[in-house]
Design a protein around this ligand. Structure first.
Ligand code: AMP
Length: 112
């Protein structure tokens, strides 16, 4: 197993855990881009959104529902952004599906 997020899920690499249930885990991004920057990941290794199908719709919805709950918990009342980077052009650097939850400051659009 050579996946850094699988190692975090397994407790082999430390992380600031923000949420966990049987399907997903959320932890603080080690290099935060906003005052609140969480990563919500499936415990099952899935490389990217491009490696999912309709059968994963429940899990994909759950990842976003957890993002919404974390945003509320962090009182991101003026808004936040959820991002899934996919593949090289999408800027994905870790090959384990993850939803970024970014908040705590205004953000611009479009991204770079
Ligand atoms: P992406 O570029 O969309 O693949 O996002 C990967 C994210 O994982 C980046 O924001 C990194 O800062 C973050 N990251 C990498 N290693 C760790 C780690 N050990 N603990 C927490 N976040 C990490």
């Amino acid at each position: 197993m050579d996946c850094i997020f699988c190692k975090i899920v397994a407790g082999e690499i430390p992380a600031k855990k923000l949420y966990e249930d049987e399907q997903v885990m959320a932890f603080a991004d080690v290099n935060p881009q906003t005052p609140v920057h969480a990563l919500i990941v499936p415990k099952r290794h899935i490389v990217s959104l491009a490696h999912t199908s309709r059968e994963d719709a429940g899990l994909l919805g759950h990842l976003h529902a957890v993002a919404s709950e974390l945003a509320a918990k962090h009182e991101l009342t003026s808004g936040y952004r959820t991002v899934i980077n996919t593949g090289p052009d999408g800027g994905q650097t870790v090959g384990h599906l993850h939803v970024h939850l970014l908040g705590g400051r205004p953000m611009h659009w479009p991204p770079g």
